[in-house]
Design a binder for this molecule. Structure first.
Ligand SMILES: *[C@@H]1O[C@H](CO)[C@@H](O)[C@H](O)[C@H]1NC(C)=O
Ligand SMILES: *[C@@H]1O[C@H](CO)[C@@H](O)[C@H](O)[C@H]1NC(C)=O
Ligand SMILES: *[C@@H]1O[C@H](CO)[C@@H](O)[C@H](O)[C@H]1NC(C)=O
Ligand SMILES: *[C@@H]1O[C@H](CO)[C@@H](O)[C@H](O)[C@H]1NC(C)=O
Ligand SMILES: *[C@@H]1O[C@H](CO)[C@@H](O)[C@H](O)[C@H]1NC(C)=O
Length: 707
């Protein structure tokens, strides 16, 4: 990308091949003398008399160089010093290439007067230090290459006298600071490369003297953050690269100080989230790259906003990126090219595409695309056609019957219109170990139609919904669980649940806190787990239980009296964090055995008998009793909740519809056939959950989860 930018900035016509022409002069021994094409640092083309003496094991300059020489190439020799006398008479020498030689000090570069020299290559030598005024004999120098040396220090006035320098390459040295004082001598500098030095901080106003700078490369430096004022003064900067650093967030305040920025490269940084406002009001930004980020999981709501000149956005090769908020992009009127290939995206929301009025092409290949309602827009006729890049390699990876079909070739009708939430398996690991006192953020996101709600269940079994705070916990609206100053008490099993009208998906993680012994999944409050019956009517029973821990794979089973055969045993999975259940469609006047299964050795059962149907009592009399019963039930639970100071129950959950639960484990182990069967049921609207114990037949009807 760096090279692309420079190419764009300077319009170097490097692809033009112009052949050398012979230059008939007495040429130094073993060297080649030709007239060769040459471009000045400002891209002015010349035909330059060139002497090539590369790779000849020379320890000093050849003698009797032709006086007309403009370009002298001496790379890959063993030269460790040059004296002005050796270059005497080369009045038109414009480029001197001493790269890959044996210089250990610029004191051995005794050139005092080369007024025509524009370009000096000293890369790949063994320079360790630049003294004051190290290049003072070169008043017209425009390009200076010092990359791949061993520079540890550079005197504040090292570049004195280089008033016309346009490009300075200092990359791949051992510099630990970038000193602002170096730049006072370089008012014209346009390109600065300092990447590959172990500089971990950019000071405030570090580049202030460089008002003419157009391109800055800060790649591969181990930068952890860029402070607000670090880039101040770079009023003409058009291109900046932060490639391969240790930035954990977008340096948004610093970027706001670059009014002319057109190209921004943040590739290969451990950024987890691109947050609201990270790229906002950057009026000239044309191209943005967010590639090769191992940790990137989500592009959030309004992550990019008001970027009137952005035409190309490249977000590729991010193995954990599974979520782009439908409204991630706002006011990007000129976005033409959206590159999203090779991520972990299961879908791209129609709204994302519709929010980009100038969009012409999308690249989505090499993503685990789920061919269902979210990607349906691809086949819809009414949308303005958007070109797919590599459509022949853009495949569906789900559902099983569409697997390996090309997304573009699946018709609108073949894709289901409802979709389960799906939490990407890679969004967080299933085990993490942290230190006592660490702050942790666990990001959970899911795309579905309708948009799912997300909650977390913590090891104590409590359910935390977005915008709640409890002790060290906080759940953000987007679905991130934050734990501040973690202690061994927070060790244990966490589950994220994403739920919509269609169903739910869950993903769990074990958190180990160093020094807490093994992850605690203790059952010392086991007596709390007992199942209780709160109310029994003719056709339903309200059940509740307390639990001191998070049970991600709980199940309720029930059997009517006398029917011991398996096929009369009903079973349903219970979403993590649920503590009450409305068992519906029971037979009146029947004895039931109901069990809650919380683990292989942890089952709690109750017996109950549903009411007889009282045919003689007018229904108007029943209703108030029933309502009273229900509200007493609520009140009891509310009271219990207040006593324990637990404020995190989501009491709105009473109206919860039937849920299909798809856990990560189930997804992993379910054979495609059974997954399909259950999706078929889903699309028929029965909302049944496959039992993990026995195949469920004759499920008496949807059971309602109450809280
Ligand atoms: C240097 O270039 C100038 C202008 O192109 C030319 O007149 C002069 O002869 C050249 N000098 C040598 C030594 O070739
Ligand atoms: C970046 O951070 C990681 C983890 O903190 C560290 O191991 C790595 O050495 C850092 N990289 C650089 C270039 O400083
Ligand atoms: C159901 O079971 C209970 C208790 O085990 C027993 O007392 C009762 O007679 C049974 N009822 C029927 C209809 O089988
Ligand atoms: C339980 O389900 C029944 C039948 O669907 C319903 O009438 C009743 O209101 C539900 N009770 C609660 C507390 O949700
Ligand atoms: C369950 O009980 C069996 C036999 O008593 C025992 O071997 C097994 O370890 C127990 N499992 C758990 C998870 O406690």
């Amino acid at each position: 990308m760096v090279f692309v930018h420079i190419h764009l900035l300077f319009g170097v016509a490097s692809s033009l091949v112009i052949h050398s022409i012979p230059w008939k002069v007495p040429c130094p021994h073993q060297c080649v003398c030709q007239i060769k094409p040459w471009y000045s640092p400002q891209s002015v083309y010349r035909e330059a008399p060139t002497v090539d003496c590369n790779d000849l094991l020379l320890t000093q300059l050849p003698t009797s160089l032709p006086p007309e020489t403009q370009t002298l190439r001496l790379q890959s020799n063993l030269i460790s010093s040059v004296d002005q006398s050796e270059l005497q008479g080369l009045a038109n020498l414009t480029e001197l290439d001493l790269s890959h030689n044996s210089f250990i000090s610029t004191h051995n570069l005794r050139v005092t007067d080369l007024p025509a020299l524009l370009s000096l290559h000293m890369e790949e030598n063994q320079l360790r230090h630049l003294p004051e005024a190290a290049f003072s004999g070169l008043p017209n120098l425009q390009e200076l290459y010092l990359n791949h040396n061993r520079l540890r220090s550079i005197s504040p006035g090292a570049f004195k006298g280089l008033d016309n320098l346009l490009r300075l390459h200092l990359n791949s040295n051992h510099l630990m600071i970038i000193d602002r004082r170096w730049f006072h001598a370089l008012p014209q500098l346009e390109v600065l490369m300092t990447g590959g030095n172990p500089v971990d901080t950019i000071q405030d106003f570090n580049f202030k003297p460089l008002g003419s700078l157009r391109s800055l490369v800060l790649a591969g430096m181990g930068l952890r953050e860029i402070s607000e004022h670090a880039l101040e003064g770079l009023l003409n900067l058009e291109s900046i690269s932060f490639y391969d650093n240790n930035l954990t967030k977008v340096p948004r305040e610093a970027l706001q100080k670059l009014p002319g920025l057109k190209f921004l490269d943040l590739n290969k940084n451990p950024i987890q989230l691109v947050k609201k406002g990270d790229f906002r009001d950057m009026l000239h930004l044309k191209e943005l790259g967010l590639n090769n980020m191992e940790d990137l999981v989500s592009i959030e709501h309004s992550a990019m906003e008001n970027l009137p000149e952005l035409t190309k956005l490249e977000i590729t090769n991010n193995p954990r990126l599974s979520y782009i908020h439908p409204q991630a992009f706002q006011k990007l009127p000129r976005m033409e090219s959206l590159m999203l290939n090779s991520n972990a995206l299961s879908a791209l929301h129609r709204q994302t595409v519709r929010s980009l009025p100038s969009l012409q092409e999308i690249s989505l290949h090499t993503n685990p695309i789920r061919c269902d309602c979210l990607i349906r827009w691809v086949g819809a006729e009414d949308d303005k056609p958007v070109r797919f890049i590599e459509p022949q390699s853009t495949f569906c990876s789900e559902p099983p019957e569409l697997k390996a079909r090309r997304v573009k070739e699946v018709s609108f009708r073949e894709m289901a219109d409802s979709c389960l939430p799906l939490i990407a398996p890679s969004i967080f690991p299933s085990y993490i170990q942290v230190k006592h006192g660490d702050n942790i953020a666990l990001h959970c996101r899911a795309l579905a139609e309708p948009e799912p709600s997300i909650y977390w269940v913590i090891p104590k079994g409590l359910r935390l919904t977005p915008s709640t705070k409890l002790g060290r916990y906080q759940v953000l609206t987007e679905g991130t669980l934050e734990i501040f100053g973690v202690t061994p008490e927070e060790a244990g099993f966490y589950t994220c649940v994403a739920q919509n009208l269609v169903g739910a998906d869950t993903k769990s993680l074990t958190l180990k806190v160093e020094g807490s012994g093994r992850a605690q999944i203790t059952n010392n409050q086991r007596n709390e787990d007992s199942l209780e019956v709160h109310d029994v009517k003719e056709r339903y029973a309200l059940l509740s239980w307390h639990t001191g821990h998070n049970i991600p794979a709980a199940r309720i089973s029930w059997t009517a009296n006398g029917s011991l055969e398996d096929h009369h045993k009903h079973s349903t999975r219970i979403l993590a964090g649920t503590r009450g259940f409305n068992l519906t469609r029971l037979q009146p006047g029947t004895h039931y055995k109901v069990c809650l299964h919380m683990g292989p050795n942890d089952t709690s059962c109750v017996h109950l008998r549903t009411k007889e149907v009282l045919l003689l009592v007018p229904s108007a009399d029943i209703t108030p009793v029933f309502l009273l019963g229900v509200s007493v039930f609520f009140l009891i639970l509310l009271a219990a909740k207040t006593c324990q100071g637990r404020t995190m129950y989501d009491w709105k959950e009473f109206e919860k519809p039937d849920s299909t639960i798809l856990t990560q484990e189930a997804k992993a182990f379910m054979a495609p056939d059974s997954l399909q069967q259950y999706k078929d049921k889903l699309s028929k609207g029965s909302g049944k959950v496959p039992s993990d114990a026995k195949p469920v037949q004759d499920v008496p009807g949807p059971a309602k989860e109450v809280f």
